[in-house]
Write a protein that binds this ligand. Structure first.
Ligand code: SF4
Length: 313
């Protein structure tokens, strides 16, 4: 039997869980095909296919799916409802498999299992069973592969908490330490964010991100909110943002938001208010969409870094 290929779109939650997902399917003996880094063609395909109201990373995700659709035996498109107890993912992620199924012509089978860990500790066993049913693999084999994949994901997250950025971005490089807060799929996709991290480094910044803050610190700082934030990524942004606001070594904060993202507008606004009240460090709100221009962004980044350099010297 020829080896079957699972396609994994390099967008949205890939930027968080690629180690888990790829290790799992590789352990099961599948070939993996990951779509290329976001490029002009992928972005254009996404923009013309997704609904206008979608945020940029969702549009780009459509492009990644279309890029892979006719090259693979399965498309891995889990329906991510919740990845932590009493928390939820963004509603725009929940309907993605349905919207893509409705849009794609003759797509390969979707591995569109529902991941909902909000209430049930044992639910991940059901997720593994559901995947095994779709790809026709014995469940015990799936469980063994999952254990290895979880261990690899844990090691990867520890590597990030130790101060590294995901591969392709190198680690901390020295310079003026600033925090760039935003969703991994915006911060680590250089095409979506117009090369933000490299531009900041060229201006003398050392970029820290929310993935470098350990979960227990995120949780501790997120508890400063009067009410629990039930969006997982919103909680991570608030917790890491409040931590960076209080960390003396961090000289400024950039909040990177997607145009049309409800959670980003709310969380960014909250952090901006805390930063203004604390009067301790510069805070810049940067919104990106498919019309964002490089020249305008560079001007704002230069002004931001000039301000930081003046304050530090
Ligand atoms: S959280 Fe915001 S950026 Fe992310 S998928 Fe939802 S709407 Fe889009």
């Amino acid at each position: 039997m020829t080896q079957r290929t699972v396609g994994i779109p390099k967008g949205l939650l890939y930027h968080y869980y690629h180690t888990l997902w790829t290790t799992f399917f590789l352990e099961l003996g599948f070939d993996i095909k990951v779509s290329p880094d976001t490029n002009k063609k992928i972005m254009q395909m996404g923009i013309t296919s997704a609904v206008d109201e979608a945020c940029l990373p969702v549009k780009v995700f459509y492009g990644h799916v279309l890029e892979l659709a006719d090259q693979v035996d399965y498309l891995f498109l889990p329906r991510m409802v919740s990845v932590a107890r009493k928390e939820y993912m963004c509603p725009k992620l929940l309907g993605l498999p349905d919207m893509l199924r409705a849009y794609c012509v003759n797509p390969p089978p979707f591995i569109d299992v529902t991941v909902n860990l909000r209430n049930k500790d044992g639910h991940i066993d059901q997720v593994i069973k559901d995947i095994c049913t779709i790809i026709q693999v014995p469940v015990p084999q799936g469980k063994r592969a999952w254990e290895k994949a979880e261990a690899a994901q844990k090691r990867y997250e520890e590597y990030l908490h130790a101060g590294h950025l995901p591969s392709g971005f190198c680690c901390l490089v020295g310079g003026y330490p600033i925090a760039v807060l935003g969703h991994g799929y915006n911060v680590y996709d250089s095409y979506i964010n117009l090369g933000l991290i490299q531009k900041l480094r060229d201006l003398g910044a050392d970029v820290h991100t929310k993935e470098m803050v350990a979960p227990e610190i995120v949780d501790r700082f997120a508890q400063k909110l009067p009410k629990k934030m039930f969006w997982t990524f919103g909680k991570q942004l608030v917790g890491s943002g409040l931590y960076y606001l209080s960390a003396p070594e961090i000289k400024g904060i950039i909040f990177l938001a997607s145009f049309g993202c409800g959670p980003d507008s709310m969380v960014g606004e909250l952090l901006e208010r805390w930063a203004t009240r604390a009067k301790k460090k510069p805070f810049m709100f940067l919104t990106i969409d498919e019309h964002s221009g490089e020249a305008g962004m560079v001007t704002r980044l230069e002004a931001f870094m000039d301000m930081i350099k003046r304050r530090v010297s």
